[in-house]
Structure formats: C-alpha cells, structure tokens
Write a protein that binds this ligand. Sequence first.
Ligand code: GCB
Length: 592
Amino acid sequence: MIRPQETSTRDRRSLDGLWSYTQDTEGRAQEQGWASAPLPGSRPMPVPASFNDLVTDARTRGFHGDMYYQRKVRIPRGWADQRVTLYVESATHQATVWVDGTEVAQHQGGYLPFEVDLSGHVQAGDEALLTICVNNQLTFQTIPPGVTEESPSGEKQQIYWHDFYNYAGLHRSVWIAASPRTRVEDVTVTTDVDGPAGVVGYDVEVAGGDDHEVRTLLRDEDGEVVATGTGPSGTLRVEEVQLWQPGAAYLYTLEVQVVRGEEVVDSVLQTVGVRTVRVDGTRFLINDTPFYFTGFGMHEDHVTIGKAHNDAMMVRDFNLLRWIGANSFRTAHYPYSEAVLDHADREGIVVIDETPAVGLNMGLGGGIFGGQGYKTFSPETVNEETQRVHAQVIRDLVARDKNHPSVVLWSIANEPESETPEAEDYFRPLFDVAREADPTRPVGFVNVMLAPHGTCRVSQFADVLMVNRYYGWYVNNGDLASAEVGFTQELEGWATEGKPIIITEYGADTMPGLHQLPAEPWSEEYQRDYLDMNHRVFDAIDAVVGEHVWNFADFATKPGIMRVGGNKKGAFTRDRQPKAAAHLLRQRWSDR
Ligand code: GCB
C-alpha cells in the first residue's frame, strides 16, 4: 500500500476538519440506516481528534460502542479514469465505511492505516456521503485486549490492562486519493554499505496491468540523480554515500516510475536513508558503530485532542528531545502517526517501533498492580484468534514502517505475561512472523518486572533484551539503597545472556512543584535521586546499551488509586514543560 501523495501522476485531498458525529447509544444505527442520511442528533466533531476530552459529561466521554462520523466529499472533476481511494490513517479501534449507504470496507486495529478502493462507488465531479462507524470496544480478540463487564449499577464498563486512557476516534488524517489504474502498489527498500559506497536494494510491486516497465531514480538532497535502475527489483549503488546517522540524518529520494515506452504511467516517491543495523554480541550497531539509546518511552497524548496527531505538538516534542539530548524513543505502546516517523527520519532520531500489543498480562492493572482475576492465555481469553490478530498487526506494522531508516528495532509486545509455558507457545511463532516480514532488523519484546531474569520464557527468542524496571518505585519505594542492590543483581543476571540490554522503562511518578528535602517519593527531588541511582546501575553493566525513561511527559490514564490526574512519571509535564529531572537528563545525555 502506498500512502496518498502528490506526484506527477497522483493527487490527494485531505478530509480533515469538522465532521458530523453521533454516538449510537441505543444500538439503532443499522436499523435506522444512519449511513444513508444525515446523522440524527449529530454534533460537530473535529478530525483528527479523540472525541473523549472534547465533551463535558462523563457518560459521553466514557462511551464505548459504535460512533458515527459523517461528511460529504466532492470527488475532484479531474479524477475521472483514476483509481480513487480513501485512506484512513487511524480509526481506533474498529471501522466500517459506507459510501452513499453502501458498505465498502471494514477494518480492525486502531493504530494502523487502511485503504479503500472507491472505484465504482464514486464519480469524478460528484458528491458522495461518506460515513465511518468507529467502534472503540476492546475484547480478548483485539490488540490491545480488553473485556466488557457490567457494573453493579448496570452500566457497561470497559476493562483493559494497559496504563493509558482508551482514547478513541479518527486520530489521524483521512484522505481521498487518486492514482493511475496501472500503478505502483508497494515499494520495499533495504540499504547496505560497501566501503564508501551505499547499496540501495528495491523491490517494486505493480498492480493493474502487465504492459509496462519499472524505472527507478535515486536523487540526493540537492535533487541530483545519483543512481538509476530498471526492472521491478534491483540494487542501486551510490558512490561516496552520505549515511543516515543518528543525529545527522541524510535522506535520498527514490522515484519509482511505471513506464510504457516513454510515457510515465505512475510515479511515486520514497525517502531513503542509507544505514545498517546489526546486533553483535552485547552491542547494538548502527553503521557498524556501537549505539547507546538515550530517550524515552513516549505516548501520543495531549490535552483536549487526546491521541490525535498534531504537527505543532509533534514539532514541540522533537524540539524537547533535541534540547534534552535524547537520540531515540520507543513508540510505546502502539504505532505512532506516519508523520511522526517521517519526522524522526528527518531529525535523525532513532525509533524502537512497537505494536499495539500491550496489556496481554492479566496480572497487571493500571501500571503494575491490580489484575482483575482473569487468566491471560486460555481458550476464553487471549487465544489462537488473538494470536492470529497479533500476527497480522506485526505484518501490518512492518508493511507500513519498513522503509523508515529511523526504525532500527521492532518491539512485538509490551510487558506480556512471559513466564509461563503458554506464553512461550504464544510468542514463538510471532517472532517468526516478524523475522519473515523483515529479515533486516532485530526483533524483541518488552519484559515486565513480574518475569525477572531466570523466569522469562520469551526472551530466548529476542535479539535484544528490553526490560522495564521500577526498582525504587513499585518495589523498594522510597528506599533507593535497597533498590540499587536489587536492580544491580537482576541486571547482572540478564547480562549473562550475551545480548544487548535496553532499559525501556524506568521512572518515578512526580508531582511538578512538589519539593522535599530529604527527598520523598512524588517529589521532584526524589525523581532526580531515583534517576541518578538507576544510572549508576546502568553504567556498571557493559551489556546495557540504552536507557529510556518512562515517560517523556505526563499522560492520561483511566482513574485509579495509583494515579493522580493520570500518570505523572513524565520528565516533562503534560503541557511539555520540564520538571527538575529533565535538567538532570539533559546534563547526562548531552555529555555522552
Ligand atoms: C509499565 C507499563 C507502562 C506504565 C508504567 C507505569 O510497566 O509498561 O505502560 O505506564 O509501567 O507507570 O506504571
């Protein structure tokens, strides 16, 4: 699938803006034919946005079920004879799409895009009624999982095991796009280095006709053509290549043309960063140089817009990453907007790209405590069907993000149950799926504190050990001396595995403005002392090749006795101002 783009042969229109919106509280939308007429009782709803924090009553905010988005769409007159598609970047978590009352698509999974071929359903020059039903319910067969229970007061309640608010809606841009009928359907790029030269491998899938050839042109940042190729797959050699380096990105642009004689039938553009990624013993190598990850697990989370993508917020976040000296982040706990990965490519920020498989651990509640009495793996809970959906999400993530040079490592799950034989059986084939989908990048998953070294049965499959640890917070709270002893001992155990270790989470909840001397948990001083202790532990263990503080910024969660207005482990507040700890991190990371 090629993202909508504007080239000499392609066009696109954004459908962002205000749509009509109605929640189907009574479950009557189908029977009343909502997709064929203006929505009853609608209110304006911005796209992209989460609906939740725009409203003022608890019931509407907490709604889970079907919500309908609708708008009219004028198909540009010039799009006759083109393939017209709809591209939805994110509908959290399930979507059904109608055009003038006719169902044209269904999609599962809230954080990855889908495309709908509208040919036959729309006419160039005409207006069409576009309706998208977004459903935000989580079940044991969705990724992430959840379950609906009835509360004592008779209300439906959505239970889930991940520690961020279940925001929903059309979270990213929606497009209509035109492409030629004979077209580039997919491009896969791989890169390698041969002395001073770069080697760019490409593989092009063409759809909609046979009578054509494929041509490729690679341009540098000045627009100069540095290599050309013919045929649907091949390699391009760039003498004196400019590498994509962490902190010093360089992006070439590959133009892929489908040609018939001299006529260019289709042309698509793909940015290319030439770099290598390799694990060697306990080292993580980018361009054959040991790389130490500094940065954060992040969230797509903002005041008012919830999980919506917003360019201004993104630029602020990346500027803060640069200010603090971070070289990387993890897309905790789901794939982020495509715009974020584009920006990481441009900014030279390294990304650990994570699937939405979070909360496959019914021993966990909001954070590390509070399981609700379910067994994780069983025929009734996380089962073979869940595994099938999980496998598909891995394939879809790789398909979307495979060409981003910033992405150096796949995380196929965050903190699943991993200490049981069921977990081993569940995950073994998923690592194969990931490696088959992308043989070029290392694969891992994020281990939870409940499966410490010596008990985890899944890390054997991983190329890199990613561990989340809260010594000094969830254990040894307020006792950093004991935390240091316990953490050191455990990490020394992991180091015997001979693989690189990235601490993908460590953090302490901190109320901005709370100061205490001597330091106590929740104070800005304690967050600093806590980080200092962790850093001493990391610095003593060679196999540790990275530290990602949890979290970049404070973020929204469901309410609970562990949370005060959300999760407060941010180095920055939710409105992106530094806590004292941010200055400590800046000093440590800027000195590296
Ligand atoms: C974790 C989870 C993360 C939580 C965090 C916490 O281990 O991976 O999603 O937000 O702990 O703060 O409890």
